[in-house]
Write a protein that binds this ligand. Structure first.
Ligand code: SAH
Length: 342
């Protein structure tokens, strides 16, 4: 699929079709603008005919607009798989939250993405498509990009799909493409330790975000199966390596589950665990997922705990909730669309 290719590969492709080299630039630009074949006016019909099987195709299965400017889309891919992506509007620009897999196999107790397991990995081009979709909606082009930031925080575990995600990061930050700096990209992981090392050693410098959600292994194992494979000590060692390689402050996500991980004792432990590290803690009142039976802490409790962490020397904020009226929590929209299709 053409969106999986970088500019050089598109040039090679065009050459292999026996076409003049300037066609590569036209074709690449059309892809970045996510133009359908029939919207491209500067390519001859015969060429379009030749490339139609390699071109991208998708359908919008649902597109929701929140009162606060958040948009959420469910995209139906060529094979019928449905993925969801979110556009968030901030003072400084627009962030797109992308999915990296159809479903997820990590099995976190509070997460809607994992309810039906993993269906398949997304290709680099399918991840890119989500950013291009919203850039197009915002009226962006190749020269005038509107999307400023990308977060890999949608459905799926990015480090469980390492090769495609690595390729996506190269495509999105390529000079010839949307040219989004890796500094403006956050990758969130539940902590696949070997691939945290790999990310650092492969030379990436995106902001690494770790889904911690518990301050000790015992509690973490009860809500995140991955904790059985890697201890917090292993995860933090990998984070230290990432920091040493990239100089980028690590971000820790901590979803607050009422009565489970939001006690004073938990927060004291968390502060002790992270003390001395260059990091930031994002507290997120758990978004209730009907099927899961876990309840989020109140925002008020979040503020109290953020203050407590700050007083213990750990930088912390409570994540703003956006798009609550359009099924904000990971996987919820996709599950609804899939449910309606069933
Ligand atoms: N698989 C990656 C990215 C996915 S989700 C990861 O685990 O980091 C992005 C964040 O949302 C993760 O921190 C995830 O644990 C969290 N999350 C998932 N379901 C949630 C819910 N119902 N409420 C609050 N946060 C949730």
């Amino acid at each position: 699929m053409i969106l999986d290719w970088d500019y050089k590969q598109v040039q090679e492709y065009v050459a292999s079709l026996g076409e003049k080299s300037f066609r590569a630039k036209q074709l690449f630009e059309a892809c970045v603008c996510l133009k359908n074949l029939d919207e491209i006016s500067n390519l001859p019909k015969e060429l379009k005919e030749k490339i139609k099987n390699d071109y991208f195709s998708y359908e919008v299965a649902a597109h929701l607009h929140s009162k606060d400017g958040t948009q959420k889309v469910a995209i139906k891919l060529a094979d019928g798989s449905v993925i969801e992506s979110v556009l968030l509007k901030y003072k400084y620009g627009y962030t797109v939250c992308v999915s990296t897999q159809v479903g997820c196999r990590m099995g976190c107790a509070f997460c809607a993405s994992t309810l039906n397991g993993l269906v398949r990995n997304l290709t680099a081009g399918e991840i890119l498509l989500q950013v291009l979709f919203f850039n197009r909606i915002l009226g962006g082009t190749l020269k005038e990009r509107k999307v400023t930031n990308v977060v890999l925080m949608g459905c799926g575990e990015p480090l469980d799909n390492y090769d495609n995600v690595a390729k996506f990061l190269r495509l999105i930050s390529a000079k010839e493409g949307l040219n989004i700096s890796q500094r403006n990209i956050s990758l969130s992981t539940c902590g696949l330790v070997p691939n945290i090392y790999k990310l650092a050693d492969d030379g990436f410098c995106v902001t690494l975000t770790i889904s911690l959600h518990a301050p000790n292994d015992q509690l973490r194992k009860t809500i995140m199966p991955i904790a059985n494979a890697y201890s917090l000590e292993d995860v933090l060692k990998a984070c230290d390596h990432y920091f040493d390689k990239t100089g980028r402050r690590i971000c820790f996500e901590y979803s607050l589950i009422g009565g489970v991980n939001d006690t004073d004792e938990c927060i004291n432990q968390l502060a002790k665990l992270l003390r001395g590290r260059s990091c930031h803690v994002n507290l997120i009142p758990l978004n209730t997922v009907k099927e899961k039976g876990l309840v989020g802490s109140t925002r008020k409790r979040g503020y109290v705990l953020a203050e407590k962490l700050e007083s213990l020397g750990i930088s912390a904020t409570v994540r703003r909730t956006m798009g609550e009226d359009i099924e904000g929590a990971c996987g919820q929209l996709r599950n609804r669309v899939e449910g309606e299709n069933r």
